[in-house]
Write a protein that binds this ligand. Structure first.
Ligand SMILES: [Zn+2]
Length: 296
């Protein structure tokens, strides 16, 4: 569930002070690499950004370090996703002498609910729908305006330019799916990170793991997935950059499907990889999906 309430009480407007270990400009911390990229885009050289969870790493299961706590103490802005993604961040806020402006980037997003067994929980992966990316960009720009009001107009103008690009990317993705019959739009992934993307483009995603990576998939769940892959003659099962590949490989062995990907779900690639920023990530994943769904 939402954990930001623990942090919210600790926030006070920031005093702009010199800090340690940062490059020029105001200092921002993002909980994970996708948000860090958005802050960098909107900050455009005037904000130095640290991502707590590095590229290719799992944001669900992250263990904050002492260095994270020190960085948070020195930061002017903390950007987190919210929707229960960063269960570890309240603990970090308690450890740090936290004075930064807090942005919960998903504020204003209509959350998607997920059933996992008998439980219903929030799906945190809202950034996978570019229309939510637009909301994130606006929230980040407003957070920057609070942290550094002297550049408020710059943040808003940079966000507007970024949003125009997000909207072009969204239109491009919709165009890629247009020739594929809705009933054929089925993708098998490792963990359930593409629900918002699926809702946006009419794709059903099936995953061995739930919306978090912290629970082992059940034997029953795997058996059902194997049966479905065989029945529907699914050709590809996808790896993700930040999840354990073993289940995907096992599904492929059991069904004869091909191991494809990796998809970039909850983390960007390193700068020299195929998905070093948010918009490239959306396009890269889409290219994989289209390749898997194209009629043979
Ligand atoms: Zn996830």
């Amino acid at each position: 569930m939402r954990r930001r309430s623990l942090l919210t009480g600790m926030l006070a407007p920031l005093a702009l002070q010199p800090t340690h270990g940062w490059a020029a400009g105001i200092s921002a911390i993002a909980s994970f690499s996708i948000l860090a990229d958005m802050v960098r885009r909107i900050g455009d050289g005037l904000v130095s950004v640290i991502s707590l969870v590095p590229p290719d790493a799992d944001v669900h299961m992250y263990q904050p370090t002492g260095a994270d706590s020190r960085a948070l103490t020195a930061a002017a802005l903390l950007v987190e996703n919210g929707l229960g993604l960063e269960g570890w961040i309240a603990r970090l806020g308690e450890a740090a002498d936290f004075r930064a402006v807090l942005v919960v980037a998903s504020n204003g997003v209509t959350p998607r609910m997920m059933r996992e067994g008998s439980e219903t929980s929030l799906d945190p992966h809202a950034w996978q729908d570019p229309r939510n990316g637009v909301i994130y960009a606006r929230d980040i720009a407003e957070g920057l305006a609070k942290a550094d009001p002297t550049h408020a107009e710059t943040w808003r103008a940079n966000a507007a330019a970024f949003i125009a690009e997000i909207e072009r990317t969204d239109a491009w993705i919709a165009q890629q799916f247009a020739p594929i019959p809705p009933a054929a739009r089925r993708i098998i992934t490792t963990h359930d990170a593409f629900g918002y993307y699926g809702d946006r483009y009419g794709v059903s995603f099936l995953a061995a793991e739930g919306i978090s990576t912290d629970a082992e998939p059940s034997a029953k769940g795997i058996a059902a997935l194997v049966a479905q892959i065989r029945r529907e003659k699914v050709r590809d099962v996808f790896l993700e950059n930040m999840t354990d590949p073993r289940i995907t490989r096992m599904l492929a062995r059991e069904t004869g499907a091909k191991v494809s990907g990796p998809l970039y779900s909850d983390a960007l690639s390193k700068p020299d990889g195929p998905a070093p920023d948010y918009l490239t990530m959306l396009r890269y994943n889409t290219s994989w999906f289209i390749r898997a769904l194209r009629p043979v």
